[in-house]
Write a protein that binds this ligand. Structure first.
Ligand code: MTE
Ligand code: MO
Length: 372
């Protein structure tokens, strides 16, 4: 069993798949803390978790022509200036289960928990690439990342991001060795992973083994044959993966974490809680909440850390205390977020349905009963 050596996990996690291990925290735990505690941070593994020795670990950076290739130990990485940033990571498949309700899709049945936030610390990718002689000359080039996890044929997990993002100090791409002040847990990439703020989880390659600059994006299955969006009319007979770009920045997202769907709430007043985030460093500027299925709206209070413009890498938590209209037996609670590009979430799932069930960011809806 290639999974026999996987780490022990927190019992509160909702497991979507045991081998490989995929799990999300329950919604009420997810928004209990602004920074997600490491043991309940959602986990998305495609392969068995490698067991890497920190003493012999080396990160290979392929050098630029005329530059030099690097073989960096953990100590070498610690010798680069250390940066710590708060970044929310979201899987492209977050909230896929709502797409399944429209029509069957291929993928893990994530609910609202394939998203979490941590303080990540490490060396900046741009500093390490510069040491290997790389410059931002080829604007179409990509930085390819290879993981040290692999399938029985020896194929490793891989992904890439544009060189322009990697070399931009303002983009704050990290080679992270710490998560919330601790060495990375094994499930989250020990000893080193990439953290690409504002970009889909799939590019944050864990158990990082090799970094190279290529004229084109990674040839990895997960870059070219997965994590892409398509029209609702495209099916598995007609899909042409080369016709769509790989997902990088994600669209604006929000979800309700309390109350839960189907729950009974007290009459009088109801407290509604959730999270909101947008990709590409776009800040969430507002969350609208409705108790009547979207007929009327109230503005929620944004909690958590204020985000910098263009560098809003982390989510906002939000809440709304609202009177329950007298005589109401049930509530159709809805939330939708707006980011600083005034991008909004689509109201329903069907028009954004896609065969892989990615980019599921319609208004989030929760139906509750009111106690008599
Ligand atoms: N990196 C490696 N090496 N192997 C993987 O399976 N999964 C990716 C990404 N990096 C993956 C990986 C995907 S799809 C996501 S959403 C994030 O890791 C999840 O990171 P987490 O498990 O720390 O939450
Ligand atoms: Mo993912």
């Amino acid at each position: 069993d290639p999974y026999a050596d996987d780490p022990v996990r927190h019992p509160a996690l909702k497991v979507n798949s045991q081998r490989p291990f995929n799990a999300e925290p329950p919604p009420e735990l997810l928004t209990e803390n602004y920074i997600t505690p490491n043991p309940i941070f959602f986990t998305r593994n495609h392969l068995p978790v490698p067991n890497l020795d920190p003493d012999t670990y080396r990160l290979h950076i392929v050098g630029a022509p005329g530059g030099q290739s690097l073989s960096l130990s953990l100590d070498d990485l610690h010798n680069f200036p250390k940066y710590e940033i708060t970044v929310t990571l979201q899987c492209a498949g977050n909230r896929r289960s709502e797409m399944t309700q429209v029509k069957e899709v291929k993928g893990l049945e994530w609910r609202t928990g394939a998203i979490s936030t941590a303080r990540w610390a490490g060396a900046r990718l741009c500093d390490v690439l510069a040491q290997a002689g790389h410059q931002l000359c080829e604007t179409e080039a990509h930085v390819c990342f290879e993981g040290l996890d692999s399938d029985p044929t020896g194929t490793a997990y891989g992904a890439s991001i544009p060189l322009a993002r990697a070399m931009d100090p303002e983009a704050e791409v990290l080679l992270a060795y710490e998560m919330n002040g601790q060495p990375l847990p094994r499930d989250h990439g020990f000893p080193v992973r990439v953290v690409v703020p504002g970009v889909v989880g799939a590019r944050h390659v864990k158990w990082l083994g090799r970094v190279s600059v290529q004229p084109e994006e990674s040839y990895s299955h997960w870059q070219r044959r997965d994590y892409k969006g398509f029209s609702p009319s495209v099916d598995w007979d007609t899909v042409d993966f080369d016709s769509a770009p790989s997902i990088q920045e994600l669209p604006v997202q929000s979800a309700i974490t309390e109350p839960r769907d189907g729950e009974t709430v007290e009459s009088g007043e109801v407290t509604i809680k959730g999270y909101a985030w947008s990709g590409g460093g776009r800040a969430v500027i507002r969350v609208d909440v409705s108790l009547d299925g979207g007929l009327t709206w109230q503005v929620a209070k944004l909690d958590g850390e204020e985000q910098r413009p263009r560098k809003a890498w982390a989510w906002r938590l939000w809440q709304l205390q609202a009177p329950v209209p007298a005589g109401q037996k049930e509530l159709n609670i809805v939330c939708k977020a707006v980011d600083d590009g005034y991008n909004v979430q689509p109201d329903t799932v069907a028009p954004i349905w896609n065969l892989r069930g990615v980019l599921s960011n319609a208004w989030h809806r929760v139906h509750v009963f009111v106690a008599p």
